[in-house]
Design a protein around this ligand. Structure first.
Ligand code: G4P
Length: 553
């Protein structure tokens, strides 16, 4: 199933290991897709997996059992297409490359995990619907990528349908995201008149022919100056495409790979995932330009993936992923060294030594025990409650990764415990679930209001917390929505807030590190505050706090 099999644990000397590690890192590419629901992420994923031969390879094409619950977009894919590709990460080989595709849940399961996944990604594919351009969820995810300076590759999808002007789509990326777009290919027509794309680097035209829905369209290739082209494509469509391309050349940006890796320039591809048009050229170009697993920031500076000792961090925890197993899995992004089964690692937060005897690689319903893994890979560890989001595991000299910040929640609800005799369990559950990172907990500034406020990015997150409180801690709780939708931290803390004096149309609460958080009913109220108090610096992401005990219930 994975490329790691080719490099499985035969290294006997340090020199061998270094070589095996270097070659594994060199071969790996890791990415996540950022998009808004319905842009075509599932369709694109499916096509990429088919190219990688991953679906057949993993033996995962199978009828879907009725008993499974939808908890991820990929599960949704299973439901729709009757195939099984559910996972937090999909690893597959394509040519000589081992690709790790990280899932960014986006539909009803959009949650803080979606943002956190980007902490484990080295590259992102920004998928847009050609008719819609940038959409809200894409923008939010883009902000997280920008914060981490992740290289972004843009795929403009659904070119077989009427869409917006390609130049306008590029302009939107530039003006609204501040990201320089560089079109790698350029479309000839769109919608009913979509005729194909011109590769700007080779000046080759790839013609599109409408295939039966869902089937792969033919890709006929011709040189741009081939006279036969004019017989196949209407003159005015071709002339317009060439004119627009000349305009792009005149605009002068270069496809500068360093700028791509710095997250400042995005290579843009036009295509159609459903008809499988332009997907393979996109994959090839992406693999050529994408970043290898990168060095990561830790308390001791950057940690190179080639560092001999294994290290990695937990970016996602999942409870009861499969109702039949009732297990809890901690997903670890490998950052350096080689991970091996049965390895004993140090848990940086507690200093405890842990033997990792049942590491898993999940692919659909198949759970393979991982023998080894390399930087850029993700492993699933059985989690009997000792791991929290952001925890570092390492071998050798101590490494502690930066941790994963808190992302702006969008749903806020009082969590009520109607049964006072269950308070002890209620308190234990709330504190533990907060520590694990399942949900953010906010507190009223009025200390007489003791009940915690659950703050989450998606509704499903709240439901999971309630469900777990009931099943794991035996407390039935009640949610009481607060009616806010936007949260912002104040960069200067309480002192800055006091300077501003009384503010209107928002509620001030405290997070678990006693930082002030402002809650707004909508973006409009937030913008109003910005206008009234331009000096107040607000942030939609709060950094990790270390060395300070959080407020517990
Ligand atoms: P998502 O995971 O981003 O939410 O999107 P998904 O792939 O499920 O695609 C959303 C809809 O867009 C699907 O249609 C899908 O077939 C369609 N789609 C994806 N890529 C293209 C494309 O290149 N061209 C066109 N014309 N449509 C595309 P649906 O009707 O919702 O579902 P289905 O009945 O096709 O499965």
């Amino acid at each position: 199933m994975s490329g790691s099999q080719a490099t499985t644990g035969q290294a006997t000397t340090d020199g061998d290991l270094a070589q095996v590690l270097a070659s594994a890192v060199d071969r790996r590419r890791n990415f996540a897709i950022i998009s808004h629901p319905d842009a075509g992420k599932t369709t694109l994923t499916e096509k990429l997996l088919l190219y990688g031969g991953a679906i057949q390879q993993a033996g995962a094409v199978k009828a879907r059992g009725e008993q499974r619950k939808v908890t991820s977009d990929w599960m949704e894919l299973e439901k729709q297409r009757g195939i099984s590709i559910t996972s937090t990460v999909l690893q597959f080989d394509y040519g000589t490359t081992t690709i790790n595709l990280l899932d960014t849940p986006g539909h009803q399961d959009f949650s803080e995990d979606t943002y956190r996944t980007l902490a484990a990604a080295d590259n992102a594919v920004m998928l847009e619907d050609a008719a819609k351009g940038l959409e809200p969820q894409t923008r939010k995810l883009f902000e997280v990528c920008r914060m981490r300076k992740i290289p972004i590759f843009t795929f403009i999808n659904k070119m077989d349908r009427p869409g917006r002007e390609p130049l306008m789509l590029l302009d939107e990326i530039e003006s609204e995201l501040g990201l320089t777009p560089w079109a790698v290919n350029w479309p000839i027509g769109s919608g009913e008149q979509f005729r194909g794309v011109i590769d700007r680097r080779t000046k080759e035209v790839v013609l599109f022919s409408r295939a039966e829905r869902g089937k792969q369209a033919n890709e006929q290739r011709l040189s741009l100056d081939d006279p036969a082209l004019r017989e196949l494509v209407e003159e005015e469509l071709l002339d317009l495409a060439v004119e627009e391309m000349e305009f792009l050349e005149a605009a002068g940006a270069e496809l500068d790979i360093e700028m791509v890796h710095a997250g400042e320039l995005t290579p843009v591809f036009f295509g159609s995932a459903m008809t499988n048009f332009g997907v393979r050229p996109f994959l090839d170009a992406f693999l050529e330009m994408a970043q290898r697993p990168i060095a990561r920031s830790s308390s001791d500076g950057l940690v190179d993936p080639l560092r001999e000792g294994f290290s990695g961090f937990v970016f996602k925890l999942q409870a009861n992923m499969d109702p039949r197993h009732r297990d809890r899995v901690a997903f670890v992004r490998v950052c350096s060294g080689r991970f091996e089964k049965d390895m004993t690692v140090k848990h940086a937060r507690t200093g405890k030594a842990i033997r990792l005897s049942r590491p898993q690689k999940l692919f659909g319903q198949d759970r393979a025990v991982v023998e080894d893994a390399y930087p850029g890979d993700v492993i699933g560890l059985n989690n009997p409650g000792m791991f929290s989001i952001g925890d570092t595991l390492y071998v050798g000299s101590k490494v502690e990764y930066e941790g994963i910040p808190c992302f702006s929640p969008e749903i806020f609800s009082w969590l009520r415990n109607p049964n006072p005799s269950a308070f002890k369990n209620f308190r234990k559950g709330v504190n533990e679930l907060r520590e694990e990172g399942a949900v953010q907990i906010l507190y009223d500034t009025d200390e007489s209001k003791r009940d915690p406020i659950l703050a989450a990015v998606g509704q499903l997150q709240l439901e999971v917390v309630q469900h777990r409180l009931e099943n794991e801690y035996g407390v039935e709780t009640r949610l009481e929505p607060l009616g806010f939708q936007v949260a912002r931290w104040i960069n200067g803390g309480w002192a800055e807030l006091e300077k501003v004096g009384r503010i209107f149309n928002c509620k001030t609460v405290r997070d678990a590190w006693n930082r002030p958080v402002l809650l707004f009913k909508n973006e409009w109220n937030l913008n109003q505050l910005r206008e009234d108090h331009p000096d107040l610096e607000l942030s939609s992401v709060a950094p990790v706090v270390s060395g300070v005990e959080p407020i517990s219930l």
